[in-house]
Design a protein. Structure first.
Length: 437
């Protein structure tokens, strides 16, 4: 990997792309430290220090924003509204025929869906920004902080609107920066920004574990966490690269005097076909009851049950529901993102077939059978990886936002592998030696 980066910097056009990407990353990281108007910055810093290692319900969103959420900066919402909008549009593509038709139109249809995603991102940013400002004004953003009520001193309607507009504009800028990286830089811009946001929280989280440790002044716990992280990265890389290759043979066709087809290829079905989406879905769904209970008044029975069972990551009920939801969403996402009947029809249209399987419906049934078989180990793997923060919570007394948690490792490894592959492919295009050496 380091060799690929070194060769890329020696190639002039790739060096420009890499430097442009690094420049955008610097701008993004600077924006995560610029507070919005109307916020008492000293009170925020006091509450962040008191809540260190106990970020509660907002830990996942804070991780995706690179720590900007709890700092209440202009990039506080980060990339999360765009991720949510992309997932919603992807799900609606299966339900709404108009979106499905746009998807089949090629580049023009994809451009329209991208535009719809931008509009939905802005709408979600307004909604989430309003919720964040309301939470900060009520003092619930930092539960237990002594100065939580002083975070927003001026609670006038004009100040609130200004704060929401600033955060919405920040989200639009983040979306624009991501698209700039995609167009003029290296890799997928949104994925790169997500990668940077998560990686930016690693040093502080690791140092917090070292300070909380008791063995050899915390260095034993620190080294153990590093070792566990390396093992997890190796495991994730191994599983993310694993795939089931289904052979496909294309029959020869004579068109005029020319012969077409007769080639052999394969359909790569990844073991983890759903990626990190099931983990995000499960985490978000489990946050909803706790969030409702936090803002609900009174002291009802359901509120006490939710507070006791669904707000602690090491509770058996929470662990069980989290694992089952990940497995369910893994199958659900694979079912809506991969259509065996469509793949079988395309193969039949171009004269392709799987050896030993008849074209058409038998091919679709075979693909569905194989996909279900490989989704089981993929979903179980996702569930086990996602439970690592819980093990860390019990074993090391760490926070639920363990630096080498399942979501963060899956995203970092996935984005890293994809970016390195793109760099290597572009290097191969520019340094092709030909058939004669």
């Amino acid at each position: 990997m380091l060799t690929a980066f070194a060769r890329a910097f020696r190639t002039p056009d790739l060096r420009k792309k890499l430097l442009f990407t690094l420049g955008i990353i610097v701008v993004y990281r600077v924006g995560t430290h610029v507070p919005i108007p109307g916020v008492n910055y000293k009170a925020v810093q006091t509450c962040v220090t008191e809540a260190s290692g106990n970020q509660g319900l907002f830990g996942l969103v804070n991780m995706f924003s690179g720590g900007a959420l709890l700092q209440i900066t202009i990039f506080a919402l980060g990339i999360m509204p765009y991720i949510t909008a992309s997932i919603i549009l992807q799900l609606l593509t299966v339900v709404i025929p108009r979106l499905e038709a746009l998807k089949k139109e090629g580049q023009a249809g994809t451009s329209k869906i991208t535009q719809y995603t931008r509009y939905l991102t802005v709408a979600l940013a307004i909604l989430q920004g309003t919720g964040l400002v309301a939470t900060a004004r009520s003092g619930a953003l930092f539960s237990g902080c002594t100065v939580a009520g002083n975070i927003v001193p001026d609670q006038a309607i004009f100040t609130t609107i200004t704060m929401v507009i600033c955060m919405t504009a920040g989200t639009a800028v983040v979306m624009w920066l991501g698209e700039l990286i995609t167009d003029r830089g290296i890799g997928n811009g949104m994925s790169i920004l997500m990668f940077i946001s998560i990686a930016a929280t690693f040093p502080s989280a690791l140092w917090a574990i070292k300070k909380q440790g008791t063995l050899a002044d915390g260095w034993i716990e620190f080294a153990t966490v590093i070792l566990v992280g390396l093992v997890m990265v190796a495991l994730v890389v191994f599983v993310e690269q694993a795939q089931r290759r289904i052979p496909v043979q294309y029959a020869k066709r004579m068109i005029g005097r020319r012969s077409y087809g007769g080639t052999s290829t394969y359909i790569p079905l990844k073991v983890n076909q759903a990626g990190v989406i099931p983990v995000i879905f499960a985490s978000s769904l489990l946050y909803i009851p706790a969030l409702v209970a936090q803002f609900a008044g009174g002291d009802s029975g359901w509120k006490r049950w939710v507070t006791a069972n669904l707000t602690k990551g090491d509770h058996p009920i929470y662990i069980t529901l989290y694992f089952l939801l990940i497995v369910f969403f893994a199958f659900f996402y694979v079912a809506i993102s991969f259509n065996p009947e469509e793949v079988a029809d395309n193969m039949k249209k171009y004269g392709g077939f799987i050896p030993g399987i008849r074209a058409g419906r038998p091919t679709a049934e075979y693909l569905s059978y194989v996909l279900n078989r490989i989704t089981w180990p993929g979903s179980l793997y996702l569930g086990l990886i996602a439970l690592v923060p819980t093990v860390a919570l019990v074993g090391f007394g760490a926070s639920q936002n363990f630096p080498f948690g399942g979501t963060s490792i899956l995203i970092i490894v996935g984005v890293g592998l994809e970016t390195v592959k793109q760099i290597e492919s572009q290097l191969q295009q520019r340094n092709y030696e030909g058939f004669l050496r």
